[in-house]
Each structure stands twice: as structure tokens, then as C-alpha cells.
Ligand binder design. Structure first.
Ligand SMILES: [Zn+2]
Ligand SMILES: [Zn+2]
Length: 242
């Protein structure tokens, strides 16, 4: 098979959750971070992205061990952590953060994984993200009022509101998670998205993978522009077709 066929084979295997086929593709030389790009704003996502979205824990573990990027986004700007959170894959969320994923990584609409979880109904995932240091007080397109209207019984929203009331955040080193006030936790100077209770915690998180994510995890206007341009093009094409 040509190289690209192995890349596609890898994507397929990761989405299906076939550990054996993922191993086979990697052995044959597939690019672990391959993302099939269809257009400026549409792509398949990497093997890690798809295994995370589907909740294939064993495949996620293998890909992380082999060095798959936890920061690479699909063209619509979701990172693997957004996908796992959106689908309520709590165990995968945990694994990604343990491997350095930035817990408050922003998508093109400024949403963090915690926000992504909130539009679905995964209470355990919400709880775990808060424990891992997700900020409950960040703004998002999903306002509390809107969420309350869409799902009034959503327990996750109550968890977020409670966490907000305490005014406490957590150290972003997943091995620590100690609570602290915003002023006392030290912000990572690179991304300004992660914060730590001590220098040791920052060093530890850096070495488990934050060094690969730091700087790739911030919201960018370009991301938003690419999506907006594409949506406008689609709308114009539809209008013309009428
Ligand atoms: Zn950073
Ligand atoms: Zn700490």
C-alpha cells in the first residue's frame, strides 16, 4: 500500500477502536498525526482525535504512548480534549490531561472543553474537568441562561455554578489538583491558560507534555475567520441554488 493508504488505514482503525489495526498501521509507517483535510474548514481529525471522540480508551493509551499530538485540532478547531469532553468520555479526558493537554484549550468560538461538555449532559465529565483545573468562570457562547433553558435539569451546570461560588481554582498539574485562589496560583507565562500551586508542579506538567501544547492551545482569530468564511461561502452557494 502507498503511504497515504496507511494513513487512512490508521484513521479508520482508530475510529473503529481496533488496537491491532492501529498497531499494524503504525508499524507500516503511517503518520501518527495524519489529518485528512477536505477543505479550509473541514477535516477528519487525527487518529487520537477520533479515538478520543469515540471513547476507545486502549487505542488512546497506545497513541499517547507513541507520541500522538494532544494539541492538533480538526479544521473546525476542536482539539481531542474538546471531542472527548463533548461526548462525555471521562476516562479519555483524564488521559489527555495526564499527557499534558491544556484543560482550558479554546476552540474557534472561545469554548473550552468544559463548555463543550455543558451542551451535552455528562455530569461526571464536568466534575472531572473541574477537578483537573478547568476554570468554571470563563465566558462562552453557552451562557448559563441559555443552558438553563435548553436543559433545566442539567446537574453539570449546578456543579459549575457551585465551583464558581467558591472562587477557588485548581492547580493544573493533574497529579496535584490542589485548590487555590486565582491570585496565589501562578499562571504559565507561555499560554496564560494553565496555573500551578508551585514551581515543581509547573515543571512536572511541562515535562509530561505541556511543552508540546503550550502556545498551540490559545484561541486564534484566524481559526474563527476560516470557519466564518466557509460558513458564508456555504450560505451564499445555497442562496444561489434557490
Ligand atoms: Zn503554557
Ligand atoms: Zn500543584
Amino acid at each position: 500500500m502507498a503511504d497515504n493508504s496507511w494513513n487512512e488505514y490508521l484513521l479508520n482503525a482508530a475510529e473503529k477502536g481496533s488496537l491491532q489495526d492501529v498497531k499494524k498501521a503504525l508499524k507500516a509507517g503511517a503518520d501518527i498525526d495524519f489529518d485528512h483535510v477536505y477543505s479550509e474548514s473541514v477535516s477528519s481529525g487525527t487518529a487520537l482525535y477520533n479515538a478520543s471522540r469515540m471513547g476507545h480508551v486502549d487505542v488512546v493509551k497506545l497513541l499517547l504512548r507513541k507520541g500522538a499530538s494532544v494539541a492538533k485540532r480538526v479544521k473546525t478547531s476542536f482539539a481531542p480534549l474538546h471531542a472527548a469532553a463533548y461526548e462525555g468520555r471521562t476516562e479519555v479526558v483524564d488521559l489527555l490531561v495526564q499527557h499534558g493537554a491544556t484543560v482550558d484549550i479554546r476552540d474557534g468560538f472561545m469554548n473550552t472543553p468544559l463548555h463543550a461538555t455543558c451542551c451535552e449532559k455528562h455530569v461526571d465529565t464536568v466534575r472531572r474537568l473541574i477537578e483537573l483545573g478547568a476554570r468554571p468562570d470563563l465566558a462562552s457562547v453557552y451562557s448559563d441562561e441559555r443552558l438553563g433553558q435548553v436543559c433545566p435539569e442539567f446537574e453539570g451546570l449546578k456543579l459549575i455554578q457551585e465551583a464558581r461560588k467558591t472562587k477557588l481554582l485548581r492547580c493544573c498539574n493533574p497529579k496535584c489538583g490542589k485548590p487555590g485562589y486565582r491570585k496565589t496560583l501562578k499562571l504559565c507565562a507561555g499560554c496564560k491558560l494553565t496555573r500551578y500551586c508551585s514551581r515543581d508542579c509547573q515543571k512536572q506538567h511541562w515535562s509530561v507534555g505541556h511543552k508540546k501544547c503550550c502556545g498551540h492551545d490559545v484561541y486564534s482569530v484566524e481559526l474563527f475567520k476560516a470557519m466564518a468564511d466557509d460558513l458564508i461561502a456555504v450560505a451564499q452557494a445555497r442562496a444561489r441554488a434557490k
